[in-house]
Design a protein. Structure first.
Length: 252
């Protein structure tokens, strides 16, 4: 039986950084990156850090904002890992598990990581203690979430959401990021295993139709708000305390 323990925080305290000059990761940390605040020259410099295949992925984005976000986020991921493993960012080689989730191991040292981005804000989670998954979503006041609720949420979740007052929209994003985060601990993403049920104020999970890889494990979820209208959930296999740092982002 999969067990989930949940937390909800209205706000977090940031430790701002003026530039991505990272040391080795000896703790669990989440970096928030304002990808809209990088200059064209900076984006070009970061693009040179990426592999040819990563640059190919970036080139397929239709909108410049999304393309720049991908470039900056994945380049910073390489910089962080390069500093942690004391090697050049361009030399980092990723391996993937059965579900396609990337990982890296060098010098007999492990580091778990996951990333997410939404509307110009990226979140990169790292831990040397636990596998992690993270999801960030900006609350869109115009988004019609009823279609997703009716087609991809369970009946129990749908009833729960419709009973929430006064702000079911925020609760929708809380539930959605919780689903994403826990499924991203394995790399499956939201496309599979939508039968998993994670409520804001209940330690509840329907494990009947989950992939076997979930196994008999505990999962710890922590949800919080960033910059007033971003919902973030971090999932881990252990009850890990994360610190929060920012790049090109003012404290809220």
């Amino acid at each position: 039986m999969v067990k989930i323990q949940t937390k909800f925080h209205q706000a977090i305290k940031f430790s701002p950084l003026s530039n991505p000059n990272f040391n080795q990761i000896e703790e669990s940390v989440i970096f928030f990156v304002n990808t809209d605040q990088f200059s064209e020259d900076e984006v070009l410099a970061y693009n040179r850090i990426l592999t040819e295949s990563e640059r190919e992925v970036a080139s397929r984005f239709r909108f410049l904002r999304d393309r720049n976000s991908y470039i900056v986020t994945h380049a910073i991921l390489r910089i962080i890992l390069g500093n942690h493993f004391e090697t050049e960012p361009t030399s980092i080689e990723f391996k993937t598990n059965f579900f396609g989730k990337p990982s890296v191991q060098m010098n007999s040292r492990d580091i778990h990581f996951n990333l997410s981005h939404s509307s110009g804000l990226s979140a990169l989670a790292f831990s040397d203690q636990s596998e992690v998954g993270i999801d960030i979503e900006r609350i869109d006041p115009e988004f019609d979430f009823d279609l997703i609720v009716n087609t991809q949420f369970s009946e129990k979740e749908s009833r729960y959401l419709k009973a929430v007052e006064p702000d079911p929209r925020k609760t929708f994003y809380i539930l959605w990021t919780r689903k994403e985060a826990i499924l991203k601990t394995l790399g499956t993403g939201i496309g599979e295993n939508l039968d998993i049920e994670v409520f804001r104020d209940k330690n509840f999970c329907n494990s009947e139709n989950l992939l076997p890889a979930f196994g008999n494990k505990n999962y710890f979820l922590s949800t919080f708000i960033v910059l007033e209208d971003y919902i973030v959930t971090i999932a881990a296999e252990k009850d890990v305390n994360f610190t929060y740092k920012t790049i090109n982002l003012l404290e809220p």
